[in-house]
Design a protein around this ligand. Sequence first.
Ligand SMILES: Cc1cc2nc3c(=O)[nH]c(=O)nc-3n(C[C@H](O)[C@H](O)[C@H](O)COP(=O)(O)OP(=O)(O)OC[C@H]3O[C@@H](n4cnc5c(N)ncnc54)[C@H](O)[C@@H]3O)c2cc1C
Ligand code: SF4
Ligand code: SF4
Length: 469
Amino acid sequence: MENDQEELYQTVIANKYCIGCGVCAASEDSPFDMAFNEKGQYQPVMKERQAAEAYVGNLCATCPFSDQCRNETEIAASLFGGSAGITFNDYTGYYLNTYGAYVKGDAFREKGSSGGMGNWIAAKLLEDDLVDAIIHVKEAKDGSGRLFSYQVSTTVPELLDGAKSKYYPIELSAVIKQVMANPGRYAIFGIPCFIKSVRLLAEKNRIFDERIIFTIGLVCGHLKSDQFAKSIGWQMGIEPDKLTEIDFRQKIPGRKSSDYGVEVSGEVAGQAVTKTALTRDLYTTHWGDGLFKYTACDYCDDVLAETADVTIGDAWLPEYEKDSNGTNIVVVRNQIIQDVIDRHREELFLEALSMDKVYQSQAGGFRHRRQGLAYRLYLKDKKGEWRPQKRVQASADATAKRKKIYVKRMALVEESYRAYEAAVKAGDFQYFITYMNPILKDYQKVNDRPFVIRALGKVKRIFLDPLRK
Ligand SMILES: Cc1cc2nc3c(=O)[nH]c(=O)nc-3n(C[C@H](O)[C@H](O)[C@H](O)COP(=O)(O)OP(=O)(O)OC[C@H]3O[C@@H](n4cnc5c(N)ncnc54)[C@H](O)[C@@H]3O)c2cc1C
Ligand code: SF4
Ligand code: SF4
C-alpha cells in the first residue's frame, strides 16, 4: 500500500476492526484525530490532507488489530516468559497465581463493581511508592458531552472517585500525550486490547516504556458504543441528550452479584432526576445479546488481558455469586504485584482458584472468542475479505446450531444500531423495541432462551419498583 497510514486505514479502520483505542492518534503529528462516529463509537478520522501526508511513522506496529504487530502470546512471552514460577495456559496466557478475592473492611469493595480488587491494587501501588499516578476511567465532567474519559489520579480518594466499570467508549490519545509531557511512574487500567496497544507503544517509544511501570487489565466481554448508556437512560424516561450520569453496576443487597442494578441521572421536563432499575428488567442490557457492540470485539481472542501485569474480573461462579457484594477473579503475572498482594494479604479475602474455575467464570466469553471467532474468521475467508490474523484458526468445526447462533449474534449488533437510529428519528424508544422484538425472538429461539415480548410501558413500570423481590 501507498504508506503506513493508508494501510492502517484500508485494513483495520475501513473494515471496521478498529476498537478506537486512540494510540494511532496519540502523537502530535499523527494524521488522525479521535472522534465519535454515527454509532457513538470512538474512531480515528484523518486530519486535513497536508498534515496527513507529512506524517512519517509506524502506525500499524502499534495498532492491536493490525497484522504488523506481535500477538498477545508473543508480547506476553517477552514480558513474563522467563519468570520464576510462571505457567502458561491457552485461555489465561502466562500466570503466577489465580485467585477468587475481595477487599475486606473498607471502601474498595463497597465502591467497586465487584470485589474492589482493581482499585485496591492500584491504591497499594501508590501507598507503597511503586508509582506516582494511576491512569484510569472516570466521569468526564469536561463539557465534552462524553460521560467518561481516561484521567490521571494521584491519591487514593481520587482513585476511588473513579471506581466501577465503564461500559462506555473511551480512548487513550489524550492521556498518552499527558504521560509524554509529564515525567513520572504510572500504572494504567485497560481492557485487553487497550493494554495490548499500550504494550505495543511501549515497544516503540522508550520514554513511554520507562513511564508505564504497571498495567492492570480488566477481563472483557466486549465494549459498548455510547448508545448503550443512552438506551438505558431512555428506557427509564431520560432522553438521550439529557443523560448526564450513569452507574452501570449497582449492587443490590440480598441478590446475586450478577443480578445487579443500574442508576441513571439526567433531566426530565427541566427537573433533575435520578432513577434506578435492575439490569435484567431492561431491554438492552442482556450481555449475551451484544447490542451496541463494537464490530472489532467479534474478532478479538484475548478475554483475560494476557499482556497485563495483573488482570481483574468478576468471579461469575455459583459459590461467589450468592454474595451481592461481589468477588473478583485475579490473574497475577508480575512478581512485584504478587509481592504487593502478599505484603497486604490480611486486608483481603483471597483463595487460590484452579484454572478450571477461572475458565468457568468466563465460559461464555471463551466460547464466543474461540469457537465463535474461528467460525467468523471462516466466514470472512470464504468471502475473500481482509481480516486480521488471530491466534485462533479459521474453522467451520461447530455444530449447525452454534453456527446459527454466531451468525445471528453478528446480525443483532448491526440491527441494534439501525433500530436505535429509527428510534431517534421517531423520537420514541418504543420504535427500538418494536424493531428489535422479532430479531431478538428469532435469536433467542435458536439460543434456547425464553423470549419475553416487551413494550416500553412495561419497562417503565418496572423501573419504578426496581428492588422488588
Ligand atoms: C468494557 C468492559 C467489559 C468487561 N467485561 C467483563 C466480562 O465479560 N467478564 C468479567 O468478569 N469482567 C468484565 N469486566 C470487568 C468488570 O466489569 C470489573 O471492572 C472488574 O471485575 C473490576 O472490578 P473491581 O471491583 O475490582 O473494580 P474497581 O475496584 O472499581 O476498579 C475498576 C477500575 O477500572 C477502571 N475502569 C473502569 N472502566 C474502565 C474502562 N472501560 N477502561 C479502563 N479502565 C476502566 C476504573 O476507573 C477503576 O479504576 C469488564 C469491564 C469493562 C470496562
Ligand atoms: S484500534 Fe486503535 S490504533 Fe488501531 S486504528 Fe483503531 S484507534 Fe488506531
Ligand atoms: S472484546 Fe476484545 S476488542 Fe472488544 S473491547 Fe474487549 S478486549 Fe477489546
